[in-house]
Design a protein around this ligand. Structure first.
Ligand code: VGL
Ligand code: ZN
Length: 201
């Protein structure tokens, strides 16, 4: 059988990132039909799922006196504090109902360690703890990645930059992503993706 070479990486299309969810991204659900339609064009489809234990250290509620969207210093660097979201097993952590999941070869969960957040599909926010996705892709002979999903300026951007730095040929379909855009985070993430050599379509 021909080796797979090109994977579609579908980032965090979960209820909590869609309208009505705990950390809703404006129009987050609007990308679902387009993402579904793209799956058949790829040798491999990987879904990522933000998957936090209750009381996760990225939740503002875990830090007395802190509000969502504030910042704190963690041992691994500055961390944005989020509303409680994508708690393991909750409806919010489930994939959006309209997302077709049967074609996925792999679902990679991230953010399950209580003390460290994980935006990227490749590394946790300490930038050293791997999720295992790199090994999966390499052992399947995959060299090219197309990324879509939520949110453009956090999990998509971190995944795209790490992928490019690992030597994958990475394209982000911005029409099939939506952003949180916290204090200019979308512009900053766009610039960092460009600098990392990510192709932005
Ligand atoms: C995400 C913030 C917190 C994302 C996940 O999927 O972009 N953002 N957890
Ligand atoms: Zn999260």
């Amino acid at each position: 059988m021909r080796d797979a070479t090109e994977a579609l990486i579908v980032i965090d299309i979960q209820n909590d990132f869609c309208p009505g969810g705990a950390l809703a991204v404006v129009d987050g659900d609007a990308i679902v039909p387009g993402v579904n339609g793209l799956m058949a064009e790829f040798d491999a489809v990987v879904l990522t799922q933000d998957w936090h234990p209750a009381g996760h250290s990225s939740f503002a509620s875990s830090h007395p006196g802190q509000d969502p969207f504030g910042m704190i210093e963690m041992p691994y660097g500055t961390q944005v504090l989020w509303p409680d979201h994508c708690v393991q097993g909750s409806h919010g952590a489930a994939f959006h109902d309209g997302l077709v999941t049967d074609p996925a070869d792999l679902v990679i969960r991230k953010g399950f360690r209580p003390g460290v957040d994980s935006y990227s599909a490749f590394f946790e926010n300490d930038k050293t703890t791997p999720t295992g996705l790199e090994g999966y892709l390499r052992t399947r002979g995959i060299t090219r990645l197309t990324m879509v999903g939520l949110a453009t300026d956090f999990c998509v951007a971190y995944s795209a930059i790490d992928g490019a730095n690992l030597g994958f040929d990475v394209t982000v379909r911005r029409d099939l992503c939506r952003a949180i855009d916290l204090d200019g985070s979308l512009a900053a993430a766009t610039q960092q993706m460009e600098e990392a050599g990510v192709t932005l379509l």
